[in-house]
Design a protein around this ligand. Structure first.
Ligand SMILES: Nc1ncnc2c1ncn2[C@@H]1O[C@H](COP(=O)(O)OP(=O)(O)OP(=O)(O)O)[C@@H](O)[C@H]1O
Length: 231
């Protein structure tokens, strides 16, 4: 069973085609980079997988289920923008997640928050943008989900902390789960990726393992991306 499967999936916003007959699968145990230029359809695909949008044509399945009530408990989603309640303290946010998500691993979240020096009594609205991003990512990755959908997870995180975030958080998920990361920070993220999907103008132009890219093209994912999408 694949964790995510798109079959001939299309999505239009009115007359604007955002995804155009996309076929792809993501298997358990894989960390997949969803990479493409601005406006290529990454966020649209992530929102379809999370059930925030519905397909115009074709099908998208999460663990063999159409997005809906069942998949909401299987998917842990980090949106592009911060959407945690700003008035809460870190402590209150932990309580909120524990109440809301039965699969939330509070101890794991606490350990990561403490490692990054994030105070339990600080309110989210008092935090810097990068700290908010870290907190939200820790919350999302502390759920025991089957599919993690991370839309631009580390854009505001300083480079020194990125490696910790990527290694500790993304390296700590269950082998039965899959992670899809949309990012423009390819050089930073590619060391944790197993596979990449290149998407352009709503179409998948490449799906490959990172090892294959390095062997076949003798270059990093970042270098290949720059070559494929050169302006
Ligand atoms: N709500 C909307 N209404 C109309 N068009 C939209 C809407 N959201 C996205 N689009 C269009 O759909 C296409 C894909 O957008 P999407 O946000 O999925 O791209 P993206 O790859 O995530 O881009 P970026 O890297 O800039 O975040 C673009 O042409 C965009 O203008």
């Amino acid at each position: 069973m694949s964790i995510l499967a798109c079959k001939d999936l299309s999505k239009n916003y009115g007359a604007v085609p955002a995804l155009n007959h996309v076929n792809l699968t993501v298997e358990a145990g894989r960390i997949v980079g969803l990479l493409g230029p601005n406006g290529s359809g990454k966020t649209t695909l992530i929102k379809l997988a999370n059930g925030l949008l519905t397909p115009s044509e074709g099908e998208l399945l999460v663990c063999d289920e159409r997005p809906g009530r069942i998949t909401h408990s299987l998917v842990s989603y980090l949106p592009e923008r911060t959407c945690i309640p700003l008035w809460m303290s870190t402590q209150q946010l932990l309580d909120f997640y524990k109440d809301f998500y039965p699969d939330f691993r509070r101890e794991a979240a606490m350990e990561m928050l403490q490692h990054l020096g994030i105070r339990m009594n600080q309110r989210i609205k008092q935090m810097s943008k990068g700290t908010r991003e870290k907190v939200q990512l820790i919350m999302v990755m502390s759920r025991q989900a089957s599919l993690y959908l991370l839309d631009e997870p580390i854009g505001g995180v300083d480079p020194a902390t990125r490696d910790y975030i990527l290694n500790t958080i993304i390296g700590n998920y269950s082998p039965d789960a899959a992670v899809v990361i949309s990012t423009h920070l390819i050089a930073d993220v590619e060391k944790v990726l197993d596979d990449v999907i290149f998407i352009n103008q709503g179409q998948v132009v490449l799906q490959s393992s990172v090892d294959e890219i390095r062997e076949r093209n003798n270059m990093s994912v970042d270098a290949l991306f720059r070559e494929v999408f050169k302006c």
